[in-house]
Design a protein around this ligand. Structure first.
Ligand code: 13P
Length: 283
C-alpha cells in the first residue's frame, strides 16, 4: 500500500461510486493531518501540493516528509502536484518522487493544451506517474492562476470527448461551474455536463473548487462520475484559525500548543470531507 499514483484509487472510486479526497497541504503539519485522518478512517487519500508550496519548501523537503509519513501507513496515498503550468516543475517533481502530476494548460488554445498534456504523458509513460489535465476555465484563484468571472467558461463536451480520446489521462478536470476559493452566492453546477462528459470519456473526473459546496452537491457530483474532489481553501482557514484561535484564547507563548490545535483543526476538516465523499473504509 502506501505511496502510489492515483490511477487505481480513482478507478476503484469511479466504479464504486465514491470519491477520493485530494487535500492541498502547505507544510509538515497539514500533510501529517491529512495522512493521519485518512489512516484513522482507512481511506485512500491524495496529498496535493501547489507549485508555490513546493517552491517555498523545496522538492526534497516536501518529499522527505511524505516518505517519512507514509512509511508506516497502511492506506494508499498519492502525492500530486496541483495546477502546474510549467513542464520543468513537473519534471522536477517526478524526479523528486511525486507519484502524480496535473498539467494545467487550460488557458492555452485547445490544440496547444493537447500538445502540452501529451508531452507530460510521454514523460510519465515509463515511470508510472499518473496525470490529470484540465479543459475549460475554472473561476477563482488557485496558486498563481487567476480566472475572472467573465473569463470563466465551462468545458465543451465535444472537445472533452476529443481531449480524452486523444490522451490517456488518469484523471480529467473539466470546468463544470465550480469555483476556486469562497463561493459568492449559490454555485451553478452543470450537472448535465458532468453526466455527459463522464459518459463520453469514461475517465475518472476531478471536481475542483470543493470548499463551500453543500453535502447534496457533493453527493450529486460524485454520483455522476467525480471520483476525485479537491479541497484547498477550507484547509487554509483551518490552518490559520486553528493556530490563531488557540493563541487568542490561551495567550501561551509555546508554539507547540497552537501547532497542536492547528493539527487537530486540519485533521477534523479532512476527516469530515473523507466521510462525506464516501471514502471511509475503502482502503
Ligand atoms: P478550493 O480552494 O475551492 O477548495 O479548491 C481547491 C482546488 O480545486 C484545488 O485545485
Amino acid at each position: 500500500m502506501s505511496l502510489q499514483n492515483m490511477t487505481s484509487m480513482l478507478q476503484r472510486a469511479q466504479k464504486n461510486g465514491y470519491a477520493v479526497g485530494a487535500f492541498n497541504i502547505v507544510d509538515y503539519n497539514s500533510m501529517r493531518a491529512v495522512i493521519d485522518a485518512a489512516e484513522e478512517l482507512r481511506a485512500p487519500v491524495i496529498v496535493q501540493t501547489s507549485v508555490k508550496t513546493v517552491l517555498f519548501w523545496g522538492y526534497e523537503a516536501v518529499m522527505s516528509w511524505m516518505t517519512q509519513l507514509t512509511q508506516q501507513a497502511a492506506i494508499p496515498v498519492a502525492i500530486h502536484v496541483d495546477h502546474c503550468t510549467d513542464i520543468e516543475v513537473i519534471k522536477r517533481c517526478i524526479d523528486a518522487g511525486w507519484t502524480s502530476v496535473m498539467i494545467d494548460a487550460s488557458a492555452k488554445p485547445f490544440a496547444e493544451n493537447i500538445r502540452l498534456t501529451r508531452q507530460v504523458l510521454d514523460m510519465t509513460a515509463s515511470c508510472g506517474v499518473s496525470v490529470e489535465a484540465e479543459l475549460g476555465a475554472i473561476v477563482g484563484v488557485e496558486d498563481d492562476i487567476h480566472v475572472k468571472a467573465q473569463e470563466a467558461h465551462l468545458a465543451d463536451p465535444d472537445q472533452a470527448a476529443q481531449f480524452c480520446h486523444e490522451l490517456q489521462l488518469d484523471c480529467f478536470a473539466p470546468a463544470v461551474g465550480t469555483a476556486h476559493g469562497v463561493y459568492k452566492g449559490e454555485p451553478k453546477i452543470a450537472y448535465d455536463l458532468i453526466k455527459e462528459i463522464a459518459a463520453r470519456t469514461g475517465v475518472p473526473l476531478a471536481l475542483h473548487g470543493g470548499t463551500g459546496l453543500s453535502d447534496a452537491v457533493f453527493r450529486k457530483c460524485i454520483g455522476l462520475g467525480c471520483a476525485k474532489v479537491n479541497i484547498s481553501t477550507q484547509l487554509k482557514y483551518a490552518h490559520i484559525d486553528g493556530f490563531v484561535n488557540y493563541h487568542q484564547e490561551n495567550k501561551v507563548y509555546n508554539p507547540l500548543k497552537p501547532l497542536a490545535a492547528q493539527y487537530n483543526a486540519l485533521k477534523a476538516a479532512v476527516a469530515e470531507n473523507i466521510k462525506l465523499f464516501g471514502g471511509a473504509g475503502q482502503a
